[in-house]
Design a protein around this ligand. Structure first.
Ligand SMILES: *Cc1c(COP(=O)(O)O)cnc(C)c1O
Length: 388
């Protein structure tokens, strides 16, 4: 049997992830595969941990990449911290909050929903009320709700949880490396992310960090962590000082993450956040000048991911298909109840550039005009936003 070599095209990834991967990172992945206990690979692990502490803004000893995608990070956080029948507050304002709720349920915990309309952040007063009327001491929130484009303000929730000596679990999959998270500054108990969003590494690793307080709770559990693979006490022996076998680390992906994080550190976190903010603001200016409506009020918009309401009379799927076929640009559609209603444009990591913003705006203009949508010039408004 012969099957031809797989030759994927070059696409411009401006969807909700994966984001564009720099050549440096791809080259790092093609280096020779080492054994997972080879001293040279161990030094790669040490570098990855060191760099992850930098991007999480933490001194947490237990900081490492979970072998798996962002959802594996979510599962690792919840499986370690939640015990059967334990009440836990889950903030739900989109698809990924729902996923946390689903996982908490499967783990046998008793999740309490605190909800906000999709497209709006949670109201911290409702979290306070839920804390007051339950025994829950763990609060889970999604910082960057990739299904809606909402940035959840973390400070008020973090102080509520701190007042009660609780533990805050934060999903920073689409924010880490693109906008401030600040694990130690906020006193976050467990924070996880994904390699393929604002960090611009291929998918397959989920950076995670546990505070000492969170680890104490894990060590005091009455029941074993229900997942052997994600049990942090076991994984700690591999990623901690012992360096003893737990599972085979995805060697090449760790090379890639090391290189992607090196790029983050070379640029510097602050400069990287600024770049994301500037490109997001120019994109918003362009889209609004075209006559498009953005789904999220300005103060709660993510810099990494922008959501656009699909205009009346415009075919959502046809627009995305044309962008892909004619311009090789990928953007995302809506999830769940937002299917067909919004587009999701990720301008994150290596993809957050002036060139990509202008290219997307001009491609979108061309496609929307053919849909009969009368649009103004997004490109010139974005250019003006850059020089302003
Ligand atoms: C993408 C994403 C996830 C899931 O990550 P996968 O890599 O797809 O498993 C979880 N939470 C948020 C907020 C995300 O954007």
């Amino acid at each position: 049997m012969t099957i031809s070599e797989f030759q994927p095209p070059h696409r411009l990834l401006l969807g909700p992830g994966p984001s564009p991967v720099e050549d440096r990172v791809l080259r790092a992945m093609s280096a020779p595969v080492l054994g997972h206990l080879d001293p040279v690979f161990l030094s790669c692990m040490t570098d990855v941990q060191h760099l992850l502490r930098y991007v999480f803004e933490t001194q947490n000893r237990v900081t490492f990449p979970v072998s798996g995608t962002g959802s594996a990070g979510m599962e690792a956080a919840l499986a370690n911290l939640l015990e059967p029948d334990e009440e836990v507050i889950i903030g739900i304002h989109g698809f990924f909050g729902e996923r946390m709720y689903e996982m908490a349920t499967r783990l046998g915990a008793r999740p309490i929903r605190v909800e906000a309309e999709w497209g709006r952040p949670l109201d911290d007063r409702e979290i306070r009320a839920a804390l007051d009327r339950s025994r829950a001491r763990i609060v889970c929130v999604v910082h960057a709700e990739t299904s809606t484009g909402v940035r959840q303000p973390l400070e008020p929730i973090a102080s509520l949880v701190a007042e009660r000596e609780g533990i805050l679990i934060v999903d920073a999959v689409t924010s880490l490396g693109g906008q401030p998270v600040g694990v130690d500054r906020l006193g976050i108990g467990v924070c996880y992310s994904g390699s393929q969003k604002a960090l611009s590494c291929p998918p397959g690793l989920a950076p995670i960090t546990f505070s000492e307080v969170a680890l104490e709770k894990v060590h005091r559990r009455k029941t074993a962590v229900p997942s052997w693979y994600f049990d942090v006490s076991l994984i700690e022996r591999y990623w901690g000082n012992e360096r003893s076998y737990h599972h085979t680390a995805p060697i090449s992906l760790n090379y890639a993450l090391r290189e992607a994080l090196r790029i983050v550190a070379e640029e510097g976190l602050e400069a990287r956040w600024q770049r994301h903010e500037q490109n997001a603001r120019a994109l918003w200016a362009g889209l609004e000048a075209m006559g498009l409506r953005l789904f999220v009020p300005r103060e709660y918009r993510l810099w990494t991911l922008t959501t656009i309401c699909v205009p009346e009379g415009v075919d959502d799927a046809r627009v995305r298909a044309r962008l892909l076929e004619e311009f090789h640009i990928e953007i995302g559609g809506g999830l769940g109840p937002l299917r067909g209603k919004i587009w999701r444009v990720g301008v994150m990591g290596a993809g957050s550039t002036r060139r990509n913003v202008l290219l997307l705006l001009s491609a979108l203009e061309s496609v929307l005009r053919r849909e009969g949508f009368r649009c103004g010039s997004g490109v010139s408004a974005a250019v003006e936003a850059y020089v302003a």
